[in-house]
Design a binder for this molecule. Structure first.
Ligand SMILES: [Zn+2]
Length: 157
């Protein structure tokens, strides 16, 4: 399952990538180009622009109208509509910045790029195969857990 996310949903795009879903997000894309990419690459277009959604559907490309401006609600809608599973491990993730795949890396290879205190504190590090940004559980992922808890907690009520 691959996605193309409209300009106003950058946070959702990052979350989809962090959860391992191949997601195109480029605020510079115009409507026609977005529809073209979604069609050519087999992506589901995610937007809150009704006109764009109906144009997309008219071309037989799957599209989802985002109903809520609340972020947790948006995650819940993605789960409900597509069975998207949001998770908080870099292991299964793509780079939230550039969408490329992450791979495990060795501590000795990242010495120049990551603070020594961080290297001492964590065991595993991942590097983006695209932009070469370094990731670890405690870094980029530290705020993810709270939102996931809200998402799961609210569902169990
Ligand atoms: Zn990257």
């Amino acid at each position: 399952m691959k996605f193309l996310v409209d300009a106003m949903f950058g946070r959702l795009a990052r979350w989809l990538r962090m959860s391992g879903y191949d997601t195109v997000y480029d605020a510079g894309l115009r409507d026609g180009r977005m529809i073209g990419i979604a069609r050519d690459e087999g992506r589901i277009l995610i937007s809150r622009d009704r006109e764009l959604i109906s144009r997309t559907k008219a071309e037989n490309v799957p599209a989802l109208y985002v109903t809520s401006l609340d972020f947790t609600e948006q995650l819940r809608q993605m789960e409900g509509e597509f069975g998207v599973v949001f998770q908080d491990s870099p292991e299964l993730s793509r780079c939230p910045v550039c969408n490329a795949e992450l791979r495990l890396t060795c501590k000795k290879d990242i010495k120049a790029k990551v603070l020594e205190s961080v290297i001492e504190q964590y065991d595993r590090f991942w590097v983006c195969s695209g932009c070469e940004k370094i990731y670890w559980h405690g870094g980029h992922w530290k705020n993810v857990c709270g939102t996931l808890e809200r998402l799961r907690g609210a569902k169990n009520d």
